[in-house]
Ligand binder design. Structure first.
Ligand code: TRP
Length: 334
């Protein structure tokens, strides 16, 4: 709770390109949440350096992600969209929470195990304490709800445990956050392997439609989508490829599955795939135009970055000061 309103926090890494799955499954459904929640969407650049990054590339991607959020419809006057590194309270609270998190807990984190297996030459302490920084992100804003993918639920569970441990010692300091289970969008699968979620970190770029893909690329990827061979457009368990394309068509046109089946009754996969591609273009093209407009408006974006960092700092510092007092740090002299 912040100023009597429930609060919502989500963090995104600026690594990898956002996909149609991120848009239809999450982003698109977030634009009205600010009516019910005080919303914070943080570009978590501090988390990104737990694996080696090219500095210029990281900076570019971080700004692109932030711009894309606005292009997708999140109004920066109503949603606080900001960089983690602009709000020093994240790192400060993270340090404190490190002292209330057990190594035994961090040892159990499956993402740490996966990432350290993948980056054997750089198993750094930041990669290990990554979930503590994430806990700090969430707890700084007294977040009630956190929209996260299933891969982040373990980190959210740890956040709750640490918050409860802290509250048990010092009284009600933190709101205990929950996973956001509101209206969830379509679950979009890979075009090349429809049993797998469409992912921004997929090595095969043909499996994912990226939000910045141009028209030709989108159409080509749809035409190449893996399907079956019976040439019937039916929403059925044993037709994962076609099912996914129906989901995409339905999410981009607003038609129900039945309406889609009816529209393509008697038609072949070639026609259907082309229609899916065109439907995607009709959604992504305006988003891309808006993105390009925003990118050209440096003054607007800079101003919004400044204002939102100030807003985030205000709330974050309020929590941080409370925590610092609880653990026994000396009072500031004004
Ligand atoms: N770890 C999250 C991910 O990789 C990103 C993240 C960082 C996050 N801090 C967060 C998500 C706080 C939700 C809340 O997806």
């Amino acid at each position: 709770m912040l100023d009597g309103k429930k609060s919502l926090f989500s963090g995104m890494q600026a690594t990898g390109n956002l996909t149609l799955g991120n848009y239809l499954g999450a982003l698109k459904n977030w634009v009205t949440l600010n009516e019910e929640y005080e919303c914070f969407y943080c570009v978590v650049d501090e988390h990104s350096i737990t694996v080696r990054q090219d500095p210029a590339e990281l900076r570019k991607r971080a700004r692109a992600l932030l711009t894309l959020y606005i292009a997708a419809g999140l109004d920066p006057k109503k949603n606080c969209i900001y960089y983690q590194s602009h709000v020093s309270a994240h790192a400060e609270l993270s340090w404190i929470l490190n002292c209330y998190t057990y190594m035994g807990e961090l040892n159990r984190m499956t993402q740490f195990k996966d990432k350290s297996a993948k980056h054997t030459d750089n198993i750094n302490a930041g990669l290990y304490t990554y979930p503590v920084l994430m806990a700090a992100d969430i707890l700084l804003f007294q977040s009630d709800v956190v929209p996260v993918g299933s891969d982040q639920l373990q980190h959210l569970e740890l956040t709750r445990d640490v918050a409860m441990r802290f509250n048990n010692l010092y009284g009600d300091v933190f709101t205990i956050p929950e996973a956001y289970l509101g209206k969830v969008g379509a679950r979009i699968m890979s075009l090349q392997d429809p049993e797998k979620k469409m992912s921004k970190s997929d090595e095969n770029p043909n499996g994912s439609i990226y939000l910045m893909d141009d028209t030709d690329t989108i159409i080509r990827k749809c035409k190449r989508a893996v399907t079956d061979s019976d040439n019937q457009i039916l929403y059925s368990e044993d037709k994962p490829g076609i099912r996914n394309l129906i989901d995409i068509y339905s999410a981009t046109t607003g038609l129900s599955k039945e309406e889609v089946e009816k529209e393509f009754d008697g038609k072949g996969y070639g026609d259907f795939k082309l229609a899916v591609g065109e439907a995607i273009v009709s959604v992504l093209k305006p988003l891309q135009d808006r993105y390009n407009e925003l990118t050209a408006d440096k003054v607007f974006i800079d101003q919004m970055i400044k204002e939102n960092a100030e807003k985030a700092s205000y709330y974050a510092n309020k929590t941080l000061r409370k925590v610092q007092k609880k653990v026994g740090f000396p009072e500031r002299i004004r």
